[in-house]
Design a protein around this ligand. Structure first.
Ligand code: UN1
Length: 514
């Protein structure tokens, strides 16, 4: 293992061994035998560690503990649960550098972005602490005299969380911190491509639960591939499954959960575009598009995949982008002089190469050339060159989310046409318009504008703050996580009507006298 970035010390400080158990209800870990997942770093191709896969019997034990824990946790006042989450936020503050480094090493995003991811976890903890005193229900006026009506929110029970490799820890936090203040208990199945970062989080959370004298089962971890995900999605004891990942995976989870009339919260693929109008501030537009397209090596669900550019500025945008791409330094993401790290694994490289072939076949014109990097510093075989193609929106490959730094440039003549291109894909996560013209901006944000869950003006498509609801429409799955009133997904609503009169009048004026 490379010592260059002190990763060995980081792993030790976070409690990670070479061989790890993978099933936990908090501080207790189950031995589940000889079936392991090995996590390889895309940075240098070296193994980071391995975790045991959760088998059915261990899963059953986890659910049993979670059910018991729910009985205790749901009775604790929400602000007291918030206090526990506050302590988790502080524990994350203490481990920010270590966890950020591990995320960077295991997933391949830059160290800055690794730190940003942990900051996102801290931010959602803070948000959840405040929320723990604001789980408001409405009160309404009853139509009957001497009656009072209101609604209140109760916890759901066990929340299953299936997370993706690209945000291996932040997306877990978005779900878990809210679910915890809401009174739910959580069972997390992290991506099999980033299980080590998940172990680190489980250790951090478990320590806090233990020091507060809370039972096992509030924070559980299971590991494995889609089969372990299926345990959760088919399990009637898990009222909500929140899944982040590909549309293909989300359809399977949604179907399985739907078949038992459970709830799912899906945050799936995006095919995010920025419209650059003739009135754009091009300095902002180029910088926004650049980070959107190459940040996290194009592996965010919010990554910018399409640039829809007005014909009058198409040439200059193309030139300036090509020149910016020329200055990108690709390499070890833990080295802060590099802008772009590796893709997650060789399968991802394969998909990237196939997409390039496909766009060329369909008639795309290469503007910045792609390719796989080899030689010193690129030994993992996962480093690729961010590339740009001039393409048409209807190309099959353009309609498709490829999790890689490939950007498609599409020219347009008027804004209606641009918006039609923009919305003319199956996904609907994030979107942006670059313009200094108020009419253009408002048209983009209107009901006839962007059809996405997130629509920005003069900001790229990625890098959303936790305070807003995060998620999207169409094949993105319709779920909302993180800020605003997303917490409602983790609770059940109850309407209460109280009669304090001496009569029993019926609603709608119905007479039923004997
Ligand atoms: C994701 O890619 O699944 O908005 C989440 C962003 C980040 C979260 C991305 N805050 O880009």
């Amino acid at each position: 293992m490379s010592n260059d970035f002190g990763i060995e010390t980081v792993l030790k400080r976070l409690g990670i061994e070479e061989t790890n158990k993978g099933t936990s209800t908090g501080s207790e870990w189950m031995d589940t035998g000889a079936d392991y997942i090995t996590s390889f770093s895309p940075v240098d191709g070296k193994p980071i560690g391995k975790v045991q896969v959760t088998h059915r019997q261990a899963y059953e034990a986890v659910i049993g503990k979670a059910e018991e824990a729910f009985k205790v946790w749901r009775k604790m006042p929400a602000p007291a649960r918030g206090e526990v989450v506050r302590q988790i936020g502080n524990a994350l503050r203490d481990r920010k550098e270590d966890l950020g480094k591990l995320v960077s090493y295991e997933m391949g995003k830059s160290y800055q972005e690794g730190l940003g991811e942990v900051q996102e976890m801290i931010d959602i903890c803070d948000f959840a602490v405040g929320l723990s005193r604001q789980l408001y229900g409405l009160t309404m006026h009853s139509e009957r005299p001497g009656h009072r009506m209101y609604e209140q929110w109760h916890p759901l029970g066990i929340v299953g969380i299936i997370s993706a490799f690209n945000f291996p820890v932040a997306v877990w936090s978005w779900n878990t911190m809210l679910a915890w203040v809401c009174g739910d208990v959580c069972v997390w199945k992290p991506s099999e491509k980033a299980p080590i970062s998940a172990l680190a989080c489980q250790y951090i959370a478990a320590e806090v639960f233990k020091s507060n004298g809370l039972p096992e089962g509030i924070s559980s971890l299971v590991n494995g591939d889609y089969k372990v995900g299926e345990y959760l999605s088919k399990d009637g004891r898990v009222p909500l499954v929140s899944a982040t990942g590909s549309t293909r995976m989300g359809k399977k989870v949604g179907e399985a959960v739907g078949a038992r009339l459970g709830r799912s919260l899906l945050e799936l693929g995006g095919n995010n575009a920025i419209i650059i109008t003739e009135n754009a501030d091009l300095d902002i537009a180029i910088r926004g598009a650049l980070f959107g397209a190459v940040g996290t090596a194009g592996q965010r669900c919010t990554s910018t995949r399409r640039l829809i550019v007005h014909k009058s500025v198409f040439g200059v945008v193309k030139e300036r982008l090509a020149s910016a791409y020329g200055k990108l330094v690709i390499g070890n993401p833990l080295d802060e002089k590099n802008h772009v790290g590796p893709l997650i694994d060789k399968d991802a490289v394969e998909m990237y190469l196939k997409a390039i072939d496909k766009v060329k076949q369909e008639g795309g014109k290469e503007i910045v050339e792609g390719g796989v990097l080899s030689g010193s510093g690129y030994a993992s075989g996962c480093y690729v060159k961010p590339c740009i193609f001039e393409a048409e929106n209807h190309f099959e490959i353009v309609q498709h989310e490829t999790f890689a730094p490939i950007l498609y440039l599409i020219p347009y003549e008027d804004l209606d046409e641009a918006i039609a291109y923009h919305n003319g894909v199956p996904q609907g996560l994030s979107s942006a318009i670059m313009t200094t013209n108020m009419r253009e901006a408002e048209q983009f944000l209107s009901a006839a504008g962007s059809d996405c869950g997130i629509a920005n003006v003069n900001i790229g498509t990625s890098g959303a703050e936790i305070g807003g609801a995060f998620g999207g429409e169409k094949e993105t799955g319709g779920g909302r996580e993180s800020g605003s009133d997303s917490w409602k997904a983790y609770m059940r609503r109850q309407t209460n009507t109280i009669n304090y009169s001496t009569q029993l009048p019926l609603a709608q004026g119905i007479k039923f006298d004997i």
